[in-house]
Write a protein that binds this ligand. Structure first.
Ligand SMILES: [Ca+2]
Ligand SMILES: [Ca+2]
Ligand SMILES: [Ca+2]
Length: 662
């Protein structure tokens, strides 16, 4: 493999947007301090906190139900609003029969709100008059939270991390970020000077070439990002590892910057990309050491082996045997390997390690839920696993074109902590790694294969058609994945659908369903296992009639296994279906023998019986399939009733059309 075949996706492919100020609101003018993404100033109000802003809506609560709540609300507010603020009522919205929202044509200051409230509450029958409170659908006070469409749900096609956090934020899990290292950042390490602390645990620097390490020597225990600027091609430092780390686990609710997908998890910086990129050997060393495996020449063992390895990097070529072996080893050790598909807008089959086996391949999607045009994609031979937000990078003024995360202002060597929007599959992959951290936090026993199954099972379809092989199973949905795992941990339920009747199929359904669950089925007759009845469906046979059928399923995922049963109830007898009706043949004249044709039935009856009729009344002794007409029949109408029977089925009869005897 040629030198520098492993080029950081950052350097080659991640687009860098415009820097956001590290501390918004005070610095002005300079290039780096201008929030040039043109996004509104974030509202820092957290959920449920009362704003001190002006409001033009008063909520009036009466002592008792009002026959006309809208009129009553208008009546009690109008005069006070006019007197205090010269405001007029423009809208009255009943909430219940005793509560209405009254909206004015002008906003009230806090003092005016208080004065109007006092006057309205003085009105007989009014229990309370209070300003309407503004709520935001967020649970974090991080400054740039409003930029983080990638964490939200719904029309923005984010990963819905917000709705996963009530269940878990990833505590106890370590995500290894094989990248450019890390810089001190208050939203990662809680410090402007230390590269550990906060949500970052000690890592390692695997760059063995002192000419690209930037720290003057080979491998060492300090994974500080010294800058990956590349003099030969003129690129500045990307601070890519710092950006990826922030997507995984930037600190939540610290009144600072951004928040990661798994803000309760820890990031371990595994530095393998230096000036102009990195080398296969160093990336392999980072993978192995990160997963707690041995690496020749490194005596220090990893005190906090990782659960997930994030590789937001790639180079052109096939997957080397050495790289594949390393991946297989770390997966066997329990670490899940997440790889960015690459940003060449082509098949990922030529991007390595995305084209290695045993990895989760991540494509990038836009705010609108489409595949980002730069994102590499899977093929039938190299299918993508899942997609995640990567942004389009297509606009310098629209924050939704980017993934905003932690960064550094330095051009070559590190400057000040800052924030920036970047776009790329490099940004998509850490969304997946962090979602895995959320799942592992709930259930540490989950294997890479099980994690992959949960992610693909619960992913959100892209907004425009893209095959599973090309884009993956969908956009990772952290909340749905966590919800599925939580439900599994809470236990499974089974139910049987279909009618309990001989000859009719019954189907067992296990909830929650997931391909991550390994399920076996056993159907039971009056509590006793039925030999061979081990499929999800079962069709009741004759001997089931009158018994009670049930199904028992064994379900497991991760460390959780469960046995669930469901009853189908008492089995009714089956019903014959008449395909062609019984009929008669022969010449209907005295002395001739006529024959009953038994018709065709489903299932085939095991016995038939006959009863010949003269003018609708049974003819004594005429119970064979043939009947010889007598003088008594002359001029009368003859028919025959055919009765079919079979074990487990309701005995059924059919009378032929009567024929007159000549
Ligand atoms: Ca070094
Ligand atoms: Ca170092
Ligand atoms: Ca933060």
């Amino acid at each position: 493999m040629p030198r520098r075949s492993m080029v950081a996706t950052a350097a080659a492919l991640a687009l860098i947007g415009v820097a956001l100020p590290a501390t918004p609101g005070y610095a002005e003018g300079s290039r780096d301090d201008t929030p040039a993404l043109g996004v509104r100033t974030p509202d820092r109000t957290a959920t449920g906190r009362t704003t001190t802003s002006r409001t033009n809506t008063i909520i009036v609560t009466f002592d008792r139900d009002q026959s006309h709540p809208s009129r009553a609300g208008r009546d009690v507010v109008a005069q006070a609003a006019e007197t205090v603020a010269g405001a007029e009522v423009t809208k009255v919205q009943p909430i219940t029969d005793d509560t209405v929202a009254v909206t004015l044509d002008t906003s009230l200051t806090a003092d005016q709100q208080a004065e109007v409230g006092t006057r309205v509450e003085d009105v007989d029958g009014v229990a309370a008059a209070e300003p309407s409170v503004t709520f935001r659908p967020t649970s974090t006070d991080d400054t740039y939270y409003d930029y983080l469409w990638n964490l939200a749900s719904g029309s923005s096609y984010g990963v819905d991390a917000e709705d996963a956090w009530p269940a878990t934020t990833g505590s106890g899990v370590v995500v290894g970020v094989v990248d450019t290292g890390i810089t001190a950042h208050p939203d990662l390490t809680g410090s402007r000077s230390s590269i550990t602390g906060g949500n970052v645990v000690a890592g390692y620097d695997f760059i063995s070439d002192s000419s690209t390490s930037g720290d003057g020597d080979g491998r060492d225990a300090d994974p500080t990002d010294e800058g990956d600027y590349c003099t030969s091609d003129g690129t500045d430092s990307s601070w890519h590892g710092t950006h990826v780390a922030g997507i995984v686990a930037a600190i939540r609710n610290n009144s600072e910057g951004v928040v990661g997908v798994a803000p309760g998890a820890k990031v371990q910086p595994l530095r393998a990309l230096g000036n102009c990129g990195g080398e296969t050997a160093d990336i392999i060393a980072a993978l192995r050491w990160g997963a707690g495996l041995t690496v020749s020449g490194i005596t220090a063992t990893n005190p906090t082996p990782v659960d997930v390895l994030n590789l937001s990097l790639g180079g052109t070529g096939t997957c080397s045997t050495a790289m594949q072996n390393a991946i297989n080893d770390v997966v066997a050790a329990g670490a899940t390997v997440v790889v960015a598909a690459g940003n060449d807008g082509t098949s990922l089959s030529t991007s390595t390690p995305a084209n290695c086996q045993n990895v989760i391949r991540v494509t990038a999607t836009s705010h609108g839920g489409t595949r980002a045009s730069y994102s590499n994609y899977g093929t039938s031979s190299y299918p993508a696993t899942v997609a995640a937000p990567g942004g389009t990078g297509a606009s310098q003024t629209d924050a939704t074109a980017w993934i905003v995360s932690t960064w550094n202002s330095g051009t070559t060597t590190a400057g000040d902590p800052s924030y920036v929007g970047m776009a790329g599959t490099s940004m998509a992959a850490p969304h997946v790694s962090a979602t895995i951290a959320l799942l592992k936090s709930l259930d540490p026993a989950l294997t890479p294969a099980q994690l992959t199954a949960i992610l693909t099972d619960t992913a959100t379809p892209l907004s425009s058609t893209c095959s599973t092989a090309k884009c993956g199973a969908g956009i990772v949905d952290a909340a749905a994945a966590v919800s599925a795992e939580s439900a599994m941990l809470a236990g499974f339920t089974a139910k049987v659908t279909g009618t309990a009747k001989v000859g009719t199929a019954l189907t067992a359904t296990i909830t929650p369903s997931s391909s991550a669950t390994t399920t076996s089925y056993q159907w039971l007759r009056d509590g006793t296992a039925i030999s061979g009845a081990t499929s999800r469906t079962y069709t009741a046979v004759a001997k089931d009639a009158g018994t009670t059928l049930s199904v028992r399923a064994e379900v497991s995922i991760g460390s959780v296994s469960d046995t669930v049963t469901a009853s189908a109830g008492t089995v009714a007898k089956g019903s014959f279906t008449r395909k062609t009706s019984p009929s008669t043949s022969g010449t209907f004249k005295v002395g001739r023998t006529v024959t009953a044709k038994k018709g065709t039935w489903s299932p085939t009856p095991t016995s038939y019986s006959y009863r010949w009729l003269r003018a609708g009344s049974a003819i004594k002794g005429a119970t064979k399939s043939t009947y010889t007409l007598t003088r008594a029949d002359k001029g009368r109408k003859i028919s025959v009733t055919v009765t079919v029977s079979r074990g487990g089925y309701t005995t059924t009869s059919w009378t032929t059309k009567a024929k007159k005897v000549g």
